[in-house]
Design a protein around this ligand. Sequence first.
Ligand SMILES: Cc1ncc(COP(=O)(O)O)c(C=O)c1O
Length: 410
Amino acid sequence: MQVDITLSPRVNSVKPSKTVAITDQATALVQAGVPVIRLAAGEPDFDTPDAIAEAGINAIRESYTRYTPNAGTLEIRTAICHKLKEENGLTYTPDQILVSNGAKQSILQAAIAVCSPDDEVIIPAPFWVSYPEIARLADATPVILPTLISNNFLLDPKLLESKLSEKSRLLVLCTPSNPTGSVYPKKLLEEIADIVAKYPRLLVLSDEIYEHIIYAPATHTSFASLPGMWERTLTVNGFSKAFAMTGWRLGYLAGPQHFVAACNKIQSQLTSGASSISQKAGVAALGLGYAGGEAVSHMVKAFQDRRDFLVKNFKEMDGVKISEPQGAFYLFLDFSSYYGSEVEGFGIIKDSESLCRYLLDKGQVALVPGDAFGDDNCIRISYAASLPTLQAAMNNIKEAMAQLKRAVPV
Ligand SMILES: Cc1ncc(COP(=O)(O)O)c(C=O)c1O
C-alpha cells in the first residue's frame, strides 16, 4: 500500500528559505577545506556575557529545572515590565507580558491570534525573511510595500495609506531593521501612527529586537509609546541579539491583555513556558543596567567600528549604492548595476542569488541574496564578525568584483 504523502495546503503555501541554498553551498565548501568567510549569519559573534551565563549555570545547579508558568515566571515578567517602563516609556503589568521561546515564536503566535483567513498583513520590504511566511502560516495574505534605498529603506506613509483597507489586520514594523539597519525616526512613526489611527481593525506588530544595537545620533522609539497606539500595538522583543543569547531561545510579547491572553492560550498548547534556565539568565540580562549596561555597550561599540569600516570601503566601490545603517549589524547593499555582467567560467550574474553564488565561488565569502528579503537589487552582509575577518572579506569581495564589468554604467 502506498503512503499518502500529501502535505497540508498551509505547508505548501510556505516558501522554503532561499538562504538555505547558499548556506548549504558554503558548508559544502568549508567541508572541502575551502576557507569560506561566513557573513551570512544573523547572530552576534560574541559569547553571552558572563553574568548572564552564570545565572543560567546557577539555575541548573540549584535545580531550577522544572516547568515555569506558561506565560513565564513572575520574576522575569516583572523585570520586563520594569525594562519597558524605564527604557521605552511603556506601562505594562505582568499579565500583559508573554515570554516565549524566542521572538520568532512571539511573532507567529501574535499573527495566529489576531488574523482571520483573508486578512492582510502589511510588510514593508526589505523585510526579515520570516514575516511573510508567518503571515501565510496564520492563513493571512502578506502585502509587501517596497521602500527605496534613496529613502533609507523607510516606509513611505503615502504608500502605506494607499494600501490599507478593511482587510488590513496587522502592520509589521521592524526598527532597527533586519536586513537594512534602518532606524525609523520618531517623526515618521508619528506619521504612520496617524494613518494607523484611521483604521480601527489595524494592529501594529512592532519588532524591536535590535533596539539596543543602535548608533548615535539615531534613537529608538517604541511604537506603543505614541499617542493612541498602546491599545493596538503588539511589542515584540527578545534577548538573542543585544545580549548575544541566540541559543537560549528567549523572547517576549507585550500588549493589551486581551491579545496577550490569546497568545498565551496558543502557547499553552504549543510549547508551554520557555526554558526555566533561560528565564533565569534573562532576568540577569535585564539586571545588567540600562540598555544592557557595559556588557552590551561594549558589543555595540564593536559593531559600530565594523559598520564604519564596511561603509567606508563600500562607498569607495564603483557602482554600489549604500544606505548607511543606523542600527542592527547588517549592511544591505545595492549591487544591481553589476547585473548582466558575464564572467568566464561562471556565467551571467543576473540577480542577487547568482551574485552571491559568484562571491562565494570566487571570493569565498558567504552573503545572503537580497531576494530572500524582498529586494533582488541588494545583498546582505552581516558584520557580526571580527574586524580582521571583515578586512579579509572586503579584500576578497573587491578582487572578485574587479573581474566583473558593469553592464549598466552608473
Ligand atoms: C527582525 C528579527 N525579529 C525576530 C528575530 C527572531 O529572534 P529570536 O527568535 O532568536 O528571538 C530575528 C532573528 O533573526 C530578527 O532578525
